[in-house]
Design a protein around this ligand. Sequence first.
Ligand SMILES: C[S@@+](CC[C@H](N)C(=O)[O-])C[C@H]1O[C@@H](n2cnc3c(N)ncnc32)[C@H](O)[C@@H]1O
Length: 291
Amino acid sequence: MPIDNADLAQDIETQYPIRFPKEQFEQNEEWFEYEDAGSWKRLKIHDYAEIFKVPGLYEDLVYTTLRCTSPTRITRMLDQVLEDWPDEPSDLRVLDLGAGNGIVAEELRNRGVEHIVGVDLLPEAALAAERDRPDVYEQYLATDLCNMSESDRTRLQNANLNCLCTVAALGFGDIPPRAFAVALNQISSPGWVAMAIKDSFLSADDGSGFSRLIRAMMSDGILEVQSQFRYCHRVSLAGEKLFYVGLIARKLRDIPEALLEEIENSSQPVSPSDKSKKNGLITDTLKRSSS
Ligand SMILES: C[S@@+](CC[C@H](N)C(=O)[O-])C[C@H]1O[C@@H](n2cnc3c(N)ncnc32)[C@H](O)[C@@H]1O
Protein backbone atom coordinates (compact mmCIF):
# COMPACT_ATOMS: atom_id res chain seq x y z
CA MET A 1 0.00 0.00 0.00
CA PRO A 2 1.47 3.39 -0.89
CA ILE A 3 1.80 6.07 1.71
CA ASP A 4 2.05 9.82 1.50
CA ASN A 5 5.60 11.01 1.19
CA ALA A 6 5.54 13.52 4.02
CA ASP A 7 8.39 15.63 2.64
CA LEU A 8 6.95 15.95 -0.83
CA ALA A 9 3.37 16.45 0.28
CA GLN A 10 4.20 19.05 2.90
CA ASP A 11 2.64 22.47 2.31
CA ILE A 12 1.58 21.52 -1.19
CA GLU A 13 -1.94 22.06 -2.38
CA THR A 14 -3.06 20.12 -5.41
CA GLN A 15 -6.38 19.69 -7.14
CA TYR A 16 -5.98 15.89 -6.85
CA PRO A 17 -4.56 14.39 -3.64
CA ILE A 18 -1.39 12.53 -4.67
CA ARG A 19 0.55 9.80 -2.88
CA PHE A 20 3.67 7.82 -3.65
CA PRO A 21 5.09 4.39 -2.87
CA LYS A 22 7.49 4.06 0.02
CA GLU A 23 10.02 2.04 -2.02
CA GLN A 24 12.37 3.78 -4.42
CA PHE A 25 12.30 3.12 -8.16
CA GLU A 26 14.38 4.10 -11.16
CA GLN A 27 13.24 7.45 -12.61
CA ASN A 28 11.42 5.77 -15.52
CA GLU A 29 9.71 3.21 -13.22
CA GLU A 30 8.34 5.68 -10.68
CA TRP A 31 4.61 5.57 -10.06
CA PHE A 32 2.04 7.47 -8.03
CA GLU A 33 -1.59 7.36 -7.07
CA TYR A 34 -4.09 10.19 -7.30
CA GLU A 35 -7.55 10.52 -5.84
CA ASP A 36 -10.39 11.39 -8.13
CA ALA A 37 -14.09 11.25 -7.18
CA GLY A 38 -13.33 9.27 -4.04
CA SER A 39 -11.17 6.54 -5.53
CA TRP A 40 -7.38 6.14 -5.84
CA LYS A 41 -5.91 5.44 -9.27
CA ARG A 42 -2.36 4.32 -9.98
CA LEU A 43 -0.25 5.54 -12.90
CA LYS A 44 3.41 5.53 -13.82
CA ILE A 45 4.92 8.99 -13.80
CA HIS A 46 5.97 8.44 -17.43
CA ASP A 47 2.51 7.28 -18.56
CA TYR A 48 1.82 10.63 -20.17
CA ALA A 49 -1.09 9.45 -22.33
CA GLU A 50 -3.14 8.58 -19.23
CA ILE A 51 -1.95 11.59 -17.23
CA PHE A 52 -2.85 14.08 -19.96
CA LYS A 53 -6.41 12.73 -20.08
CA VAL A 54 -7.04 14.14 -16.60
CA PRO A 55 -7.15 17.98 -16.67
CA GLY A 56 -4.64 19.47 -14.22
CA LEU A 57 -3.07 16.17 -13.17
CA TYR A 58 0.20 16.70 -15.08
CA GLU A 59 0.62 20.14 -13.47
CA ASP A 60 -0.27 18.78 -10.00
CA LEU A 61 2.18 15.94 -10.28
CA VAL A 62 5.17 17.27 -12.23
CA TYR A 63 5.13 20.97 -11.49
CA THR A 64 3.53 21.38 -8.06
CA THR A 65 4.53 18.18 -6.27
CA LEU A 66 7.80 17.26 -8.01
CA ARG A 67 8.74 20.93 -8.43
CA CYS A 68 9.83 20.75 -12.05
CA THR A 69 11.55 23.97 -13.08
CA SER A 70 12.76 23.12 -16.58
CA PRO A 71 10.37 25.19 -18.74
CA THR A 72 11.18 28.34 -16.76
CA ARG A 73 14.91 27.65 -16.62
CA ILE A 74 15.35 26.84 -20.30
CA THR A 75 13.24 29.68 -21.65
CA ARG A 76 14.98 32.12 -19.30
CA MET A 77 18.39 30.90 -20.54
CA LEU A 78 17.29 31.39 -24.15
CA ASP A 79 16.05 34.87 -23.35
CA GLN A 80 19.35 35.78 -21.70
CA VAL A 81 21.45 34.48 -24.60
CA LEU A 82 19.35 36.41 -27.11
CA GLU A 83 20.19 39.66 -25.30
CA ASP A 84 23.63 39.50 -26.95
CA TRP A 85 22.32 38.68 -30.42
CA PRO A 86 20.36 40.71 -32.94
CA ASP A 87 17.50 38.17 -32.79
CA GLU A 88 14.45 39.08 -30.70
CA PRO A 89 12.15 36.45 -29.17
CA SER A 90 9.53 37.64 -31.65
CA ASP A 91 11.86 36.65 -34.52
CA LEU A 92 11.87 33.03 -33.38
CA ARG A 93 9.79 30.38 -35.11
CA VAL A 94 9.97 27.56 -32.59
CA LEU A 95 9.51 23.83 -32.94
CA ASP A 96 8.54 22.61 -29.44
CA LEU A 97 9.50 18.94 -29.53
CA GLY A 98 7.81 16.68 -26.96
CA ALA A 99 5.41 19.54 -26.41
CA GLY A 100 3.02 17.83 -23.99
CA ASN A 101 0.14 20.07 -22.96
CA GLY A 102 1.92 23.32 -23.80
CA ILE A 103 3.67 24.44 -20.62
CA VAL A 104 6.93 25.23 -22.44
CA ALA A 105 5.07 27.07 -25.19
CA GLU A 106 3.25 29.14 -22.58
CA GLU A 107 6.61 30.17 -21.07
CA LEU A 108 7.94 31.04 -24.52
CA ARG A 109 4.84 33.13 -25.21
CA ASN A 110 5.33 34.96 -21.92
CA ARG A 111 8.81 35.87 -23.13
CA GLY A 112 7.61 37.31 -26.42
CA VAL A 113 7.80 34.32 -28.78
CA GLU A 114 4.89 34.49 -31.20
CA HIS A 115 5.29 31.53 -33.54
CA ILE A 116 5.34 28.03 -32.04
CA VAL A 117 4.66 24.65 -33.62
CA GLY A 118 4.14 21.80 -31.16
CA VAL A 119 5.10 18.21 -31.96
CA ASP A 120 4.34 15.24 -29.77
CA LEU A 121 4.04 11.53 -30.34
CA LEU A 122 0.80 11.32 -28.41
CA PRO A 123 -2.63 12.41 -29.67
CA GLU A 124 -3.53 12.71 -25.98
CA ALA A 125 -0.88 15.45 -25.61
CA ALA A 126 -2.31 17.37 -28.58
CA LEU A 127 -5.81 17.12 -27.11
CA ALA A 128 -4.57 18.26 -23.71
CA ALA A 129 -2.73 21.25 -25.23
CA GLU A 130 -5.87 22.28 -27.07
CA ARG A 131 -7.91 21.86 -23.88
CA ASP A 132 -5.47 23.50 -21.44
CA ARG A 133 -3.63 26.15 -23.52
CA PRO A 134 -5.60 26.66 -26.71
CA ASP A 135 -3.82 29.86 -27.76
CA VAL A 136 -0.14 29.03 -27.46
CA TYR A 137 0.49 27.04 -30.67
CA GLU A 138 0.06 28.07 -34.28
CA GLN A 139 -0.01 24.39 -35.13
CA TYR A 140 0.30 21.16 -33.19
CA LEU A 141 1.26 17.90 -34.87
CA ALA A 142 0.62 14.60 -33.09
CA THR A 143 3.08 12.57 -35.11
CA ASP A 144 6.05 10.23 -35.03
CA LEU A 145 8.84 12.22 -36.65
CA CYS A 146 10.49 8.97 -37.74
CA ASN A 147 7.39 8.02 -39.67
CA MET A 148 5.72 11.26 -40.75
CA SER A 149 2.99 11.63 -43.34
CA GLU A 150 3.77 13.78 -46.37
CA SER A 151 1.25 16.37 -45.21
CA ASP A 152 2.89 16.68 -41.78
CA ARG A 153 6.31 16.96 -43.42
CA THR A 154 5.02 19.75 -45.65
CA ARG A 155 3.43 21.56 -42.71
CA LEU A 156 6.73 21.53 -40.84
CA GLN A 157 8.70 22.72 -43.88
CA ASN A 158 6.24 25.53 -44.54
CA ALA A 159 6.54 26.72 -40.94
CA ASN A 160 10.07 28.07 -41.68
CA LEU A 161 11.33 27.07 -38.26
CA ASN A 162 14.49 28.63 -36.83
CA CYS A 163 14.55 27.36 -33.24
CA LEU A 164 14.22 23.90 -31.71
CA CYS A 165 13.11 23.80 -28.10
CA THR A 166 12.87 20.50 -26.28
CA VAL A 167 12.33 20.27 -22.54
CA ALA A 168 12.06 17.16 -20.36
CA ALA A 169 11.52 14.94 -23.35
CA LEU A 170 14.97 13.52 -24.12
CA GLY A 171 16.21 10.34 -22.52
CA PHE A 172 14.37 7.65 -20.55
CA GLY A 173 13.23 6.14 -23.85
CA ASP A 174 11.33 9.27 -24.88
CA ILE A 175 12.53 10.88 -28.09
CA PRO A 176 14.98 8.67 -30.02
CA PRO A 177 18.07 10.16 -31.74
CA ARG A 178 16.49 9.86 -35.19
CA ALA A 179 13.36 11.80 -34.19
CA PHE A 180 15.56 14.47 -32.62
CA ALA A 181 17.64 14.63 -35.83
CA VAL A 182 14.54 15.00 -38.01
CA ALA A 183 13.41 17.88 -35.78
CA LEU A 184 16.81 19.56 -35.71
CA ASN A 185 17.11 19.31 -39.48
CA GLN A 186 13.83 21.22 -39.81
CA ILE A 187 15.54 24.22 -38.24
CA SER A 188 17.33 26.71 -40.49
CA SER A 189 21.14 26.97 -40.39
CA PRO A 190 22.04 29.14 -38.62
CA GLY A 191 19.29 28.71 -36.09
CA TRP A 192 18.77 28.17 -32.39
CA VAL A 193 18.49 25.18 -30.08
CA ALA A 194 17.27 25.32 -26.49
CA MET A 195 17.12 22.05 -24.62
CA ALA A 196 17.20 20.34 -21.27
CA ILE A 197 19.16 17.11 -21.11
CA LYS A 198 20.23 14.65 -18.44
CA ASP A 199 23.64 15.71 -17.20
CA SER A 200 25.04 12.24 -17.98
CA PHE A 201 24.52 12.92 -21.70
CA LEU A 202 27.55 15.20 -21.57
CA SER A 203 29.72 12.51 -20.06
CA ALA A 204 31.97 10.37 -22.24
CA ASP A 205 31.02 7.50 -19.90
CA ASP A 206 27.44 7.53 -21.17
CA GLY A 207 27.38 5.25 -24.22
CA SER A 208 23.69 5.74 -25.07
CA GLY A 209 22.85 6.81 -28.61
CA PHE A 210 21.49 10.11 -27.43
CA SER A 211 24.55 10.95 -25.40
CA ARG A 212 26.83 10.15 -28.33
CA LEU A 213 24.68 12.24 -30.65
CA ILE A 214 24.84 15.26 -28.33
CA ARG A 215 28.61 15.00 -27.99
CA ALA A 216 29.11 14.48 -31.72
CA MET A 217 26.94 17.50 -32.53
CA MET A 218 29.11 19.64 -30.29
CA SER A 219 32.48 18.32 -31.38
CA ASP A 220 31.59 18.23 -35.10
CA GLY A 221 30.39 21.83 -35.22
CA ILE A 222 26.69 21.09 -35.75
CA LEU A 223 25.92 22.90 -32.51
CA GLU A 224 27.89 25.80 -31.10
CA VAL A 225 27.10 26.13 -27.40
CA GLN A 226 26.33 29.63 -26.17
CA SER A 227 25.23 28.77 -22.66
CA GLN A 228 25.36 25.65 -20.51
CA PHE A 229 23.93 25.48 -17.01
CA ARG A 230 23.38 22.61 -14.58
CA TYR A 231 20.25 22.98 -12.51
CA CYS A 232 17.68 21.03 -10.50
CA HIS A 233 15.12 19.78 -13.03
CA ARG A 234 12.84 18.32 -10.36
CA VAL A 235 12.93 16.21 -7.22
CA SER A 236 12.66 12.44 -7.19
CA LEU A 237 9.99 10.68 -5.18
CA ALA A 238 12.57 10.38 -2.42
CA GLY A 239 12.82 14.18 -2.43
CA GLU A 240 16.33 14.18 -3.94
CA LYS A 241 17.28 16.75 -6.55
CA LEU A 242 17.53 15.43 -10.12
CA PHE A 243 19.95 17.52 -12.14
CA TYR A 244 19.69 18.33 -15.81
CA VAL A 245 21.77 20.57 -18.04
CA GLY A 246 20.26 23.41 -19.99
CA LEU A 247 21.94 24.05 -23.32
CA ILE A 248 21.41 27.02 -25.58
CA ALA A 249 23.24 26.61 -28.86
CA ARG A 250 23.49 27.95 -32.37
CA LYS A 251 22.59 25.27 -34.90
CA LEU A 252 25.12 25.68 -37.69
CA ARG A 253 24.33 22.75 -39.97
CA ASP A 254 22.15 19.68 -40.31
CA ILE A 255 22.91 16.31 -38.76
CA PRO A 256 24.21 14.20 -41.66
CA GLU A 257 22.52 10.85 -42.26
CA ALA A 258 25.90 9.10 -42.06
CA LEU A 259 26.45 10.33 -38.49
CA LEU A 260 22.99 9.21 -37.45
CA GLU A 261 23.48 5.76 -38.97
CA GLU A 262 26.84 5.44 -37.25
CA ILE A 263 25.22 6.24 -33.92
CA GLU A 264 22.33 3.87 -34.50
CA ASN A 265 24.55 1.00 -35.64
CA SER A 266 27.55 1.28 -33.41
CA SER A 267 28.32 1.30 -29.74
CA GLN A 268 31.70 2.93 -30.42
CA PRO A 269 32.36 6.65 -29.87
CA VAL A 270 31.26 8.52 -32.97
CA SER A 271 33.97 11.11 -33.25
CA PRO A 272 37.73 11.02 -32.72
CA SER A 273 37.40 14.34 -30.95
CA ASP A 274 35.45 12.55 -28.21
CA LYS A 275 38.87 11.46 -26.97
CA SER A 276 39.63 15.03 -26.00
CA LYS A 277 36.93 15.10 -23.35
CA LYS A 278 38.38 15.51 -19.92
CA ASN A 279 36.81 14.18 -16.74
CA GLY A 280 33.76 13.15 -18.73
CA LEU A 281 32.84 16.75 -19.53
CA ILE A 282 32.79 18.56 -22.84
CA THR A 283 35.66 21.00 -22.82
CA ASP A 284 36.82 21.56 -26.39
CA THR A 285 33.45 22.65 -27.76
CA LEU A 286 32.99 25.24 -25.07
CA LYS A 287 36.46 26.65 -25.64
CA ARG A 288 35.82 26.89 -29.35
CA SER A 289 32.46 28.57 -28.95
CA SER A 290 33.77 31.18 -26.57
CA SER A 291 36.70 32.12 -28.76
C1 LIG B 1 7.83 14.94 -19.60
S1 LIG B 1 6.81 15.30 -20.98
C2 LIG B 1 7.36 16.98 -21.27
C3 LIG B 1 6.28 17.82 -21.84
C4 LIG B 1 6.68 19.30 -21.95
N1 LIG B 1 7.84 19.49 -22.78
C5 LIG B 1 6.93 19.87 -20.57
O1 LIG B 1 8.08 20.19 -20.26
O2 LIG B 1 5.97 20.01 -19.79
C6 LIG B 1 7.57 14.42 -22.33
C7 LIG B 1 6.79 14.53 -23.63
O3 LIG B 1 7.57 13.96 -24.70
C8 LIG B 1 6.68 13.27 -25.56
N2 LIG B 1 7.41 12.29 -26.37
C9 LIG B 1 7.93 11.11 -26.00
N3 LIG B 1 8.49 10.49 -27.06
C10 LIG B 1 8.31 11.30 -28.12
C11 LIG B 1 8.68 11.21 -29.50
N4 LIG B 1 9.35 10.16 -29.98
N5 LIG B 1 8.32 12.24 -30.31
C12 LIG B 1 7.66 13.31 -29.82
N6 LIG B 1 7.29 13.44 -28.53
C13 LIG B 1 7.62 12.45 -27.70
C14 LIG B 1 5.71 12.61 -24.59
O4 LIG B 1 4.53 12.19 -25.24
C15 LIG B 1 5.48 13.75 -23.59
O5 LIG B 1 4.41 14.57 -23.96
